[in-house]
Design a protein around this ligand. Structure first.
Ligand code: 13P
Length: 249
C-alpha cells in the first residue's frame, strides 16, 4: 500500500510573517495523519516555516532546486541550502516553471537527480495542455515527460520519487479533471514507470493536482491510482488545506 501524500504548493504567495501565521493556524488542525502532509512555501519563507513547524508532523518542501552544489547561478537555491532548513521535498518541473521560466525536460531531470543525490524527495510534475488533450496527445505527452524526467535514475531511486499529474488546463482555473480522467492518466504514467523500472512502479506515489479542493478531494482520493494531491490555491487557506488532508474523515 502506498502512503498518501498531500502537499501544498504555495507558489509565489505568503511573506515570512504570513508563513508563521498560516502554520500557526494549520498546526492544531493537522497532526499524526494517515497521510504525509507537506507544505512548500517560497524559498524566502523556508526558514520561518522550518521554525514554525517545530513539533509538527507537517513536513517541509521547496518549490525549486538547482543541480549544481554552489556557484554563479543567480536566483537559484542549492540542495545544501534546503537541507540546512529541514527541507525534505522539492517540487520540480511545475508547468508554471516550464511555461514561464524555460524549464525543459532536461533541466527537470537534472534538478530531480540532484535532489535525489542529496537525499531530498523530488515531486516531479507532468501534465498536458488543453490543446494537447483535445488533440488526443495526453498519453504521449505525459509518458514522454515522465520518461525524460526519470532518465538515468536507478530503480531504487525511482521508487522514492513522487510524481504529480497536473493537467495544465485544470491549474488555477476551477476546472478539475474528473476523477476518471485523473485516474486514467495517472495509470498511464504508472505504466510508463513500470515499463522502465518494473515493480518499482507499485511504490511510486503519484499525486493529482489542479483545482483540488475540499469539495472534490474525497472523490479524487478514492481512485485506485491517485496517491495524493498537489494543492495550489486551497493550500494557503488553513481550513481548506486541513479539510483536504482530512479527505477520508
Ligand atoms: P490549483 O490548486 O490552484 O489549481 O494549483 C494546482 C497546482 O498547480 C499545484 O502545484
Amino acid at each position: 500500500m502506498r502512503r498518501p501524500i498531500i502537499a501544498g504548493n504555495w507558489k509565489m504567495n505568503m511573506t515570512p510573517s504570513q508563513t508563521r501565521r498560516l502554520i500557526a493556524e494549520l498546526k492544531p488542525l493537522i497532526s499524526d495523519e494517515d497521510c504525509d502532509v507537506v507544505i512548500c512555501p517560497p524559498s524566502c519563507c523556508l526558514q520561518a516555516a522550518a521554525e514554525a513547524l517545530e513539533g509538527s508532523s507537517i513536513r517541509l518542501g521547496a518549490q525549486n532546486v538547482h543541480w549544481e552544489k554552489s556557484g554563479a547561478f543567480t536566483g537559484e537555491v542549492s540542495t545544501d541550502m534546503l537541507k540546512e532548513l529541514n527541507v525534505e521535498f522539492v517540487i520540480v518541473g511545475h508547468s508554471e516553471r516550464r511555461q514561464y521560466f524555460a524549464e525543459t525536460d532536461i533541466t527537470v531531470n537534472k534538478r530531480a537527480r540532484a535532489a535525489i543525490a542529496a537525499g531530498l524527495t523530488p515531486i516531479i510534475c507532468v501534465g498536458e495542455s488543453l490543446a494537447e488533450r483535445e488533440s488526443g496527445k495526453t498519453e504521449s505527452v505525459v509518458s514522454l515527460q515522465t520518461e525524460k524526467a526519470l532518465e538515468g535514475m536507478t530503480k531504487q531511486e525511482a521508487a522514492h520519487i513522487v510524481l504529480a499529474y497536473e493537467p495544465i488546463w485544470a491549474i488555477g482555473t476551477g476546472r478539475t479533471a474528473t476523477s476518471d480522467q485523473a485516474n486514467e492518466t495517472i495509470a498511464v504514467i504508472r505504466e510508463k514507470v513500470r515499463r522502465l523500472y518494473g515493480s518499482a512502479a507499485d511504490d511510486v506515489r503519484i499525486q493529482y493536482g489542479g483545482s483540488m479542493k475540499p469539495g472534490n478531494a474525497t472523490e479524487l482520493m478514492a481512485m485506485s491510482e491517485i496517491d495524493g494531491g498537489l494543492i495550489g490555491g486551497a493550500s494557503i487557506k488553513a481550513s481548506d488545506f486541513a479539510a483536504i488532508v482530512h479527505y477520508n474523515k
